[in-house]
Design a protein around this ligand. Sequence first.
Ligand SMILES: [Zn+2]
Ligand SMILES: [Zn+2]
Length: 455
Amino acid sequence: MRITHLNPDAGIGASCWLASLQSHHMLLDAGTHPGRIGRESLPLLEKVKDVEIDAIALTHCHLDHVGALPVALRHFPHAPVFMTVPSYFIVERVLHNSVNVMVRQRDELRIRDYPLFSHEEVDDYAAVFQGIPYRKETPWGRSHGKATGPTLEFFDAGHTLGSAGVLVRSGKSSLFYSGDVCFHDQTLLKAARFEEVVADTVILESTRGSQAVPPGFSREKEVERLEETLQSIQEKNGPVLIPSFGLGRTQEILALLALLMQKGRIRQQPVYIGGLGRVFTEIFDLQATRTHRSHPRLRLTEALQLVVLSGKEVESISLNGPKIFVMTAGMMTENTGSHTLATRMLNQPRAGIFFVGYTDPGSPAGRLRAAEPGSEFLFSAGTGFLRRRCRVESFDLTAHAQREDLVDWVGRVKPKTVILGHGDPDARAWLAAEITTRNPRIKVHQPVQGEAVEI
Ligand SMILES: [Zn+2]
Ligand SMILES: [Zn+2]
């Protein structure tokens, strides 16, 4: 087996791996880098352009995992693309929305590479997309259908709707790619179900490898702190922006707000969201009883008074008064609702911006999060330097596994080899050291950009 790391960056970057098992080749994810612009954000596809890819498997529909899919399909137009059934209902929306954002960025920021692909390409390639139920072993590859051919199987990763780890088997070899995984319950989604994974080689995400869980930390306490901070800003008549990925994060936050309103902890009020958030919220509601989650009867579109804002309305809506905005994108990419609102709110001492998930340090969200109160900082290329006068708070409601849980899980699976990805160098280094200390027989690799690991 040979695994090639196609992320263009040493950090989380763009998820994309080539897995070669005997004569079969599979691409695992094809994402874009959230902190880079234009072609620089693409995975290292030129490294594999001469490889005959038999199939592509997607773990979930976040852009750092699927944002480059149409570009990859230009090289391998006949490769079937396997994903879970919920992802199958989501992926085209995500890609079309990405085209819209890129077109706006081309027009307003003069980024000539954009869009990296077109609406027409998304429509054309959709013919090779296949939705596969969780835990259904499915053949792939040129020997498709033969008893000896390779198979894949999706395991629920608990990270977002449709998220999965993928188990690839070929002959005697087995590879499990975790994708993004969450080993604890979120407000809606329940923890990953990876208990039955058996594999010789594991590709493991490392997002939180450098973050120890602080003593006394609990998710419940973070929710309480969010509730109190929200109340204190609303008492002063200030607006609150919670930048969130449209898929997963938005629905988790909406569920949290709905439950707080039902319990009378915050007052009933409209919640402002973007069009994409609305689409995925409807899909979450539709899939509610078919998803491994808490509160299956909580329908967000019924429990909350959701108000969808258009791009124009985001620019003009009054920010006087205690309004709550849950807007894409989580990284505050330019020409998105959260970027526009943040630009308007930064200067207002009464306003609050709450971070509730991962932000790339090179994204506008990452730079805002790092900015000192009162200081001037470069928010984005379009806005230039801005002064941060609003309140900025971070709440740890992560949809990624805590590092101890990752190490415990590896100890239970006992693979021969672990390959670390989707994490900063220090995060991977901590996990590598911890895994080898606890399991001296496991070989841990940390391939750099473009590096292949022979197993
Ligand atoms: Zn993700
Ligand atoms: Zn990711």
